[in-house]
Design a protein around this ligand. Sequence first.
Ligand SMILES: NC(=O)c1ccc[n+]([C@@H]2O[C@H](COP(=O)([O-])OP(=O)(O)OC[C@H]3O[C@@H](n4cnc5c(N)ncnc54)[C@H](O)[C@@H]3O)[C@@H](O)[C@H]2O)c1
Length: 382
Amino acid sequence: MTESTEHGTPLAVALVGCGIIGLNHAKAIGLHPDAVIVALVDEIPQAARALADSIEEAGSARPAEFTTLSAALASVSVDLVVVCTPSGQHVQLAQEAISAGKLVLIEKPLDVTVPRAKRIAALAAEAEADGLVVSVISQHRFDPASVVIADAIESDGFGRVTSAVASVAWWRSQEYYDSGQWRGTWELDGGGAVMNQGVHTVDLLLWFLGRPVEIQAHTALLAHGRVEVEDVAVATVRFESGALAVLHATTAAFPGLSVRLQVHGSRGSAIIEDDQLEFFHVAGDDSGSVANQAAGVVAPSELRGGERDPDRFAIGHLRQYEDVVAAIREGRPPRVRVDDALLALAVVRSLYLSSTLGRSVSLAEVLDGSLDDVTVTTGGAA
Ligand SMILES: NC(=O)c1ccc[n+]([C@@H]2O[C@H](COP(=O)([O-])OP(=O)(O)OC[C@H]3O[C@@H](n4cnc5c(N)ncnc54)[C@H](O)[C@@H]3O)[C@@H](O)[C@H]2O)c1
């Protein structure tokens, strides 16, 4: 246990990677009373400086700036290391932080390869046994709409969960892919519409439907250039429970539509559209209503509030920080475990392997390393 966790001063945070999501973390941490950024790390000094400027302008103390995590850990007292670098570097930095005895929060996805992800899962398990918290960002698990559905499934409100339909229909411009050398590469992005944009929805699917056993998929690159990975993917997923799901993820749906997730069961169903609960019906409600809000099952203000809040994106991360900080303070595991993120990553990899091999792939063969030597490829226009 670190000094500040013992003495009740705010957790000292080192933020590694000061790009787009780093800024969002800085906003979320700025809203949390029990955490403060003391160090900013970016291999591009101007990126750390710009973020330090904005933190100072927002009225908080200016953090120290570093170009490597090791330099930061050698100079400043840090409790929690937050990893916000390109995806293919997550495990390497998280490993360094765990080895230094730090608490760790890793941006999604856990990393881009299953062998590396398994390594960090093993290290995280050891760290947890020593009382350290290691978690992975999956902020949509904290959306009120997601929590209502997970609770309903847990309490059998949907009866037997039978199926789900998930669609991420977004648009990313060519400029987006050109904006960072790591974007759209297998090595550092680890994939496209599913690995980068769709992994949140994959994670919710697993949270709601349980452990998958088999995935069949197709991917294609149809609307972008200078990109190695897919901008369209479709898949079917069979779960251990017998439930079936359809997944669609694209960054080629101009002008960018919604993220939609439908969950169906023998006694109820729910639909989330852009993080909001659009439909909710559980066992015992015979009204056939659009939602059980009138019965007090969900609070509309909580579910629909804040849609136009410019900091709404940071609020999602803040909700997860509330859990992570509470887990640290209470000495309990965080709600999102490294093993949850490993499973989501393994499903994304299964999807790519299925598309590459032209056959269905079992989660077991992805997790046991049988397919580690396969080089994944992206399908294209016929
Ligand atoms: N949770 C979410 O909703 C969400 C949203 C966007 C991005 N992300 C994730 O956050 C990560 C970063 O994405 P981004 O859009 O902020 O990328 P970005 O390119 O805007 O920022 C990454 C930053 O990391 C820095 N960096 C690279 N290697 C480094 C190293 N070894 N040490 C220190 N700094 C290093 C880069 O210089 C850059 O400033 C990705 O894994 C992405 O999937 C999550």
